[in-house]
Structures are given as structure tokens and as C-alpha cells.
Ligand binder design. Structure first.
Ligand code: GDP
Length: 304
């Protein structure tokens, strides 16, 4: 089994490629939930939904969120009625949020809800929320302290970031399923996801880092030079006092990372890193990178 640690864009691109080489049954994905929120009465879990739609064949891979070809009638009507739904939620996509909200309201944990929904959606991979407890990434700006979604979607990331705050009133504790997925994995891959908003929240769940120390871990940098391939990672790294590059990314993972992968174009040097073409502009390139990582993991495993 291979276990991924994932946000909602960079790592899902890699998981998409890995599916060319592995059956879904042997893939587990531990997913960031620090961007989750209740919106318009329902439960949005952006990174989990990207994985659910990827594995069920519905994902819009132009945006890496939402369902291909979805309509937005309800969203438009809600806005006309004065509801501040600042995230564009598609009509079919909303059904999943309603279904998950119902399961949570009935008392199921998020892990149980995702297991039930995965089964109904015909998904054979294990999609695991990092925790069943409430966690949120908050961004402190001059306009106030905002939920990450408000900062990134409503304000389009156009506010200077003063601080990145993790709100986790009861922990967070990794679920036992998450720890099991790391312990049983032949290889753990931290894909090129945003270190601050996608990977650190997973690492902050208690039990995750000790489990990773006993696993074989490959991590892929989301940076080329001093810029991420996409998204707000640079501003968020700087707000944490880190340079927005592969060196700082590696510094966050070094305690448990066995192999670190940088893009062949990255001018920054992390000593000992492997170099591959990590720009996953199509499924072929995702599959080639995934194959290289699986092979590197196997070769390292044979030497151990
Ligand atoms: P989010 O939840 O939507 O922010 O998604 P992730 O955290 O999973 O992924 C965002 C990160 O993916 C950004 O920091 C990007 O730099 C990185 N990324 C996106 N596409 C690629 C790619 O093709 N190659 C690499 N190396 N990084 C990528």
C-alpha cells in the first residue's frame, strides 16, 4: 500500500498519475481538513471533495475542485436572495455537501461519513480525513482574522498576510485510521502540496510525525525557485518566517523525510535531493512522476 499526504491540488495531480500504476485498493490518502467549513448550512471539505471526485471520475481537472460540467443555478439564486455564499458551489457538488452535513448531524464522525460516501460513490481507495476534530487555518490580515477560504476565495489572496493561525480547540488528534495507513504503508508520499495550509495541518495531528519517522517517506517540493507552481504558498511561508522555496520546505520535513524531490528546473539546491520533472501539466506527466517515485521507493526499500 502507498499512502499519500494531500491537500487539494498538487498531491491529487500526483495521485491521479499513481492510479495508472496501482489499483485504487492499494492507495490511501490522508487529507487536510483545515480548510473545511460549514457554508449555506452544509459541510464543505474542499480537499477531501477533490479526492472523492478524482476517484469517482467526476473531478473538474481544469480547476482541481468541483465536478466537471456542473451547473451553478442554486449558487446564483442564493446570491440573488442576498446569501453571501462567496464560494462557487455547483449544484451536484452541493449534494455531496448536504449528504455529508446530514451524516455529521446524525452523529457520524467525519472519517465514518467519508467511508460511507466513498462506498456509495464506488471508490476503492481509502480517503482519510486527517482528524475527526475541528481544525481551521485562519489568516490574520488588516481586514481582520479570516478563515483561509475567506482570505483565498473571497479576497482572492489580495491581503497582506500578518500571521497564519491554526485553530484547533480540541487537539487535533490523528484518527486511528490515519496512523494505521502510515504504519502499514510500504511508501508514504508527501506530494507537492502547500506546506503551510495542506501538509503542516496533517503533521500537527498528534501521532502523525512519530508514525512517519518509522515509515519510508518521499516528499515532493511544490516550489520552483522562489515561487510555488500555483496558489498562495509563498505569502504564507513568508508569514511563518520561511523563504518560499524548496530549502524551507525540506526544513519542515527533514526529521522524517527519507528522499526529497525537487523539480529539474529548480535553481535552489537541497543537498541529496532527487531531481525529476514535477510539472504535472497532463495525466501523462503525473503518471511519469508517480512511476519514478514508486521506483525510487522500491530501490531504497531493496537497499534497506
Ligand atoms: P490546495 O489545497 O488547493 O492549496 O492544494 P495543495 O496544497 O494540494 O496544492 C497546492 C500546491 O501545489 C501549490 O503550492 C503548488 O505550487 C503545487 N503544485 C500544483 N501543481 C503542481 C505541479 O504540477 N508540480 C509541482 N511541483 N507542484 C504543484
Amino acid at each position: 500500500m502507498i499512502t499519500f499526504l494531500s491537500g487539494g491540488t498538487g498531491t491529487p495531480k500526483l495521485v491521479r498519475g499513481a492510479r495508472r500504476h496501482l489499483p485504487d485498493q492499494s492507495i490511501s490518502v490522508i487529507v487536510n481538513t483545515a480548510e473545511d467549513l460549514w457554508i449555506s448550512g452544509n459541510h464543505l471539505s474542499p480537499d477531501i471533495d477533490t479526492l472523492l471526485y478524482l476517484f469517482s471520475g467526476q473531478l473538474n481537472t481544469d480547476t482541481w475542485w468541483g465536478i466537471q460540467g456542473d451547473s451553478f443555478h442554486t449558487h446564483e439564486e442564493l446570491k440573488r436572495l442576498g446569501v453571501d455564499e462567496y464560494i462557487g458551489i455547483g449544484d451536484t457538488d452541493r449534494a455531496l455537501q448536504i449528504a455529508r452535513g446530514e451524516l455529521l448531524r446524525q452523529g457520524h464522525s467525519l472519517t465514518e461519513a467519508i467511508r460511507m460516501l466513498s462506498s456509495t460513490m464506488g471508490i476503492n481507495a481509502r480517503i482519510l480525513p486527517m482528524t475527526d476534530e475541528e481544525v481551521a487555518t485562519l489568516i490574520r490580515t488588516d481586514a481582520g482574522t479570516l478563515h483561509f477560504q475567506e482570505y483565498w476565495v473571497k479576497h482572492r489572496g489580495n491581503l497582506p498576510v500578518k500571521e497564519v493561525i491554526r485553530y484547533a480547540p480540541t487537539g487535533p488528534f490523528a484518527s486511528s485510521e490515519v496512523i494505521d495507513a502510515i504504519e502499514r504503508a510500504e511508501l508514504v508520499i508527501i506530494g507537492p502540496s502547500n506546506p503551510i495550509t495542506s501538509i503542516l495541518p496533517i503533521l500537527e495531528c498528534s501521532g502523525v510525525i512519530p508514525a512517519l519517522m518509522d515509515a519510508f517517506v518521499i516528499a515532493v517540493s511544490p516550489f520552483i525557485g522562489d515561487a510555488p507552481v500555483s496558489g498562495p504558498a509563498a505569502a504564507l511561508m513568508k508569514a511563518r518566517g520561511l523563504s518560499p522555496d524548496s530549502v524551507s520546505t525540506f526544513s519542515l520535513y527533514r526529521d522524517f523525510c527519507n528522499l526529497f524531490v525537487q523539480d529539474i528546473r529548480d535553481p535552489v539546491t537541497v543537498p541529496g535531493s532527487l531531481r525529476y520533472d514535477t510539472l504535472m501539466t497532463d495525466i501523462g506527466k503525473s503518471a511519469a512522476l508517480a512511476e519514478a517515485l514508486i521506483e525510487a521507493g522500491k530501490q531504497a526499500g531493496e537497499k534497506r
